[in-house]
Write a protein that binds this ligand. Sequence first.
Ligand code: ATP
Ligand code: MG
Length: 372
Amino acid sequence: MAGLDEVLRRHRVVICAGSGGVGKTTTAAALAVYAALSGRRTMVLTIDPAKRLANALGVRAIGGIGSAVTVEDVPHGMLSAMMLDQKGAWDELVQRHAPSAEIRDRIQNNRFYQHLSQSFAGSQEYMAIEQLCELHASGAYDLIVVDTPPTRHALDFLEAPQRLADFLDRRVVKWFVRPYFSASWATMRFVNRTVGFLFRRLEEATGISALVEVSEFFTAMSGLFEGFEPRVRRVYKLLRAADTAFVLVATPEEQVLGEAEYFTRKVRELRMSLSAVVFNRSHREMAGSRRSVRAEDVLKVMKRAVGSASLATKLTDNFIRYEAIGRGDGLRIEAFRRVLPKDTVCVEVPNFNSDLHSVADLRAMHRFLMAA
Ligand SMILES: Nc1ncnc2c1ncn2[C@@H]1O[C@H](COP(=O)(O)OP(=O)(O)OP(=O)(O)O)[C@@H](O)[C@H]1O
Ligand SMILES: [Mg+2]
């Protein structure tokens, strides 16, 4: 079976997805460094509010625009990184598609827009994919590694474009652009009790005089929405392309694997391709699963090694407990692998003693990520 290096070699876009906190950002950074080291012009695109990737690459901060990253042994220019800042990405989208500077300013100064661009659920995911399309179209990179946002659920990333498209559905938008929307609350209550109530709640929550600003926003944005459906179609086309691969990152915990299994099914349903699974932070039984270790044998060895009987007992307890965790991880991973298509690359990365925050750390991961 081919390994992850083959997955990197055969694709132009590699998307690291998975549940929150499992190691997506770290894995994306490690894969990008590996690809750059093997001579491919690589871009790693990340949405990492905690700036962990920046930490991992030893970079203070990565700007909204792609910047070259200097990493030991990587020839200059081979590795670039880009940290997506959500607000910036929306502004850029508006910039790119607004028909005139005046409309652009009107949109950007609109408070409803400011709220939407900062907190609309899914907009971060959508912007990541939108950015990915731009980078891909530029042709400047041999490989783009995408880190996905810290969503509760890995699927949010895949569904965001459609959700946003539904939200910005032209029929709905048209409704907002109707003249009575710039009218007063009194008129609104007259038009529709429920909608009037909802907007009052929105106003309370955001401090925005919703009715007027929402209408303003949609009126100004209407030119932008025209092209939205085709853009979403383009996004899904890229996600389904033969040279786009998904790498699922999971830790061998019950709940994470449950979500991961759901993700693999959903990816298949969406006709996208899951190429590899990284079981991160897994524990391994020292003796291997074929042979169980007897506590009294361990105790004997420990006593010989440390002298003190009480310390030896503690160390033995600790060892036996670790073995049990390792056995559990091993069994769960095995069960999960059974539901995967045979050609899915599976690798295990151990739980290291400390967080992975340097290029040296990332390189320590390569041995496991690239194991055949
Ligand atoms: N194999 C590992 N061993 C030890 N620590 C690890 C390992 N993999 C990741 N970590 C650490 O776990 C933390 C979370 O990793 P990371 O930020 O990559 O997860 P994430 O999936 O991107 O999280 P989020 O969903 O919040 O974006 C980091 O501090 C990272 O250094
Ligand atoms: Mg992350």
